[in-house]
Design a protein around this ligand. Structure first.
Ligand SMILES: Nc1ncnc2c1ncn2[C@@H]1O[C@H](COP(=O)(O)OP(=O)(O)OP(=O)(O)O)[C@@H](O)[C@H]1O
Ligand SMILES: [Mg+2]
Length: 223
């Protein structure tokens, strides 16, 4: 039995108001892709520990629960966490695919790991490289993304904070849309503005923001 962290509230308690909020996020994303289908999506935030990975994981679960084939990719090659959230092995993963002569036939490479959620697979980080930004900006990364598209309807990419290192801005150019996670009471307003302008500078499509860590008693129900 896989061990999974309680961060996966959409698995542990799908009827909770928090899970409902993740489903609302799923619906918003499904409707954002009306003009151009939105299949690859990057999750980032201004700084550390604002809830990027938790949001990404739960969004992935709700998309999978709606019957979509989903792959989550850990592009945080500095502090990866998807292996812990889903309780899967991280001996091979994304970085394995950069090793020369490694096949990009993802089934064959056996890097996509099944999770306890049907339709949801994870590509964990793999061994951490000395040069994450270089790997993520390479042509090879573009090819990996193309191969992933043959494997799923939605591919969600986790990343490090956008104000800390260039990785997220680099990836933002390679995906259909970006979601910025804002942590209530933690993310600074000017940092959020800075993140937005960094994304604009690389012509990324900012789909919107997720407000995380909102107190339950301040949730507004109704219309
Ligand atoms: N809405 C929430 N309510 C309670 N705890 C949360 C919430 N969102 C995230 N957390 C917790 O906060 C911690 C950081 O979350 P998470 O790992 O998702 O952030 P992150 O932005 O990916 O961090 P990092 O910058 O290290 O990658 C985790 O322990 C997670 O369980
Ligand atoms: Mg994270």
């Amino acid at each position: 039995m896989q061990k999974q962290r309680e961060d996966l509230i959409t698995v542990v308690n799908p009827k909770s108001p928090v899970s409902e909020a993740y489903r609302r996020l799923r619906t918003n994303i499904q409707f954002s892709g009306l003009d151009k289908p939105l299949r690859t999506l990057l999750m980032t935030s201004t700084g550390p520990e604002e809830g990027k990975s938790t949001t990404l994981a739960n969004l992935g679960v709700t998309l999978a629960q709606a019957g979509h084939r989903v792959v989550l990719v850990d592009c945080d090659l500095r502090r990866p966490s998807l292996q812990d959230i889903f309780g899967v092995d991280n001996a091979v993963g994304l970085t394995t695919l950069f090793i020369e002569d490694r096949s990009l036939d993802l089934q064959h490479a056996a890097v996509l790991k099944e999770t306890s959620v049907a339709n949801l697979r994870v590509l964990t980080s793999g061994q951490l490289p000395p040069n994450p930004s270089e790997l993520l900006s390479s042509q090879r990364m573009g090819k990996i993304i193309e191969s992933l598209k043959a494997q799923a309807d939605f591919i969600l990419f986790d990343s490090p904070p956008i104000l800390a290192v260039t990785d997220a801005a680099v990836l933002a150019q390679k995906v259909d849309g970006v979601v910025l996670v804002i942590s209530a009471g933690k993310t600074k307003r000017d940092h959020a503005v800075k993140a937005k302008s960094l994304l604009e500078k690389v012509n990324a499509k900012l789909l919107g923001v997720v407000l995380n860590n909102v107190r339950a008693d301040s949730t507004v129900y109704g219309y």
